[in-house]
Design a protein around this ligand. Structure first.
Ligand code: PEP
Length: 258
């Protein structure tokens, strides 16, 4: 079966602007060495670098898109340290919203994230909403309730057309940066559940990209990407170096080219 994939790297607070440029040039060069991959339209390659790297990265690669790791819901004003949607215009296609570190380290709640999703649409960005349960929630049997709550609240008040244009990243918090990956069955089970929930929200539910994130690496990406209802991966640690990230891209190519 042919599938379309988003292979995304979340760099968090890593890589200076010059390191980011170096990475983009090296990855772009590696892709160019594989013309079949360079021509492949069904694989979208996306990096979420630091905010200050976005401007210097502009135009360096035609193949690698950039996204913002966050967005604030006000356009301007006394909001020290925040990033305005106006400042991101022309620099990014996607904005990451509600990454587990934003939720659990910085205390962002679903109603904040819902405002951010709406702001993304207002400014023409594609929101990638991250959802996922903690280990305590999983062990208490609350995974599905929690996923439903995060999805319902994050997408509250959006039209069916807007919902059709979001991307969802399912990232079990216990699998992020821990080396523990959800098993393919665990990931597929939650992805199918998310797909079912989206069915109630938009007739275009089948087209919404559902990404898995949590300790994805070259050794497990092929199996994860082969699962039904998994349309991409959001990669942290393994996206920081060109080789492993390129290997993950290649594993997606093996699936689309089948
Ligand atoms: C992430 O930061 O979204 C992530 C999934 O990290 P890692 O791949 O390192 O677990």
């Amino acid at each position: 079966m042919k599938k379309e994939f988003i292979i995304a790297g979340n760099w968090k607070m890593h890589h200076t602007a010059s390191e980011s440029i170096e990475f983009f040039k090296a990855l772009d060069g590696k892709i160019a060495e594989h013309p079949e991959l360079a021509r492949e339209k069904r694989i979208e390659i996306l990096i979420f670098p630091s905010f200050i790297s976005l401007y210097p990265l502009k135009g360096i690669s035609q193949k690698i898109k950039t996204g913002a790791q966050d967005i604030f819901f006000e356009e301007k004003g006394a909001f020290t340290g925040e990033i305005s949607p106006l400042m991101l215009q022309g620099l990014v296609t996607y904005v990451l919203i509600g990454h587990s570190e934003r939720r659990h380290v910085f205390g962002e709640i679903d109603s904040d994230l819902n405002k951010k999703v709406k702001t993304a649409f207002k400014f023409g960005f594609s929101p990638m909403l991250c959802i996922g349960e903690t280990l305590v929630e999983r062990e208490a049997g609350k995974t599905f309730d929690l996923i439903k709550e995060q999805l319902d609240k994050g997408l509250e008040g959006l039209s069916a057309e807007e919902i059709a244009a979001v991307a969802i990243a399912y990232e079990p918090v216990w699998a992020i940066g821990t080396g523990k990956t959800a098993s393919p069955d665990q990931a597929r089970e939650v992805h199918s559940f998310i797909r079912e929930l989206l069915k109630e929200k938009t007739p275009a539910f089948r087209d919404i990209p559902l990404l898995y994130g949590g300790s994805v690496k070259p050794g497990n990406s092929f199996e994860i990407l082969s699962q039904k209802d998994i349309n991409g991966v959001l990669v942290g640690g393994a996206s920081l170096k060109v080789e492993p990230f390129f290997d993950i891209i290649q594993s997606s190519y093996k699936i689309v080219a089948k």
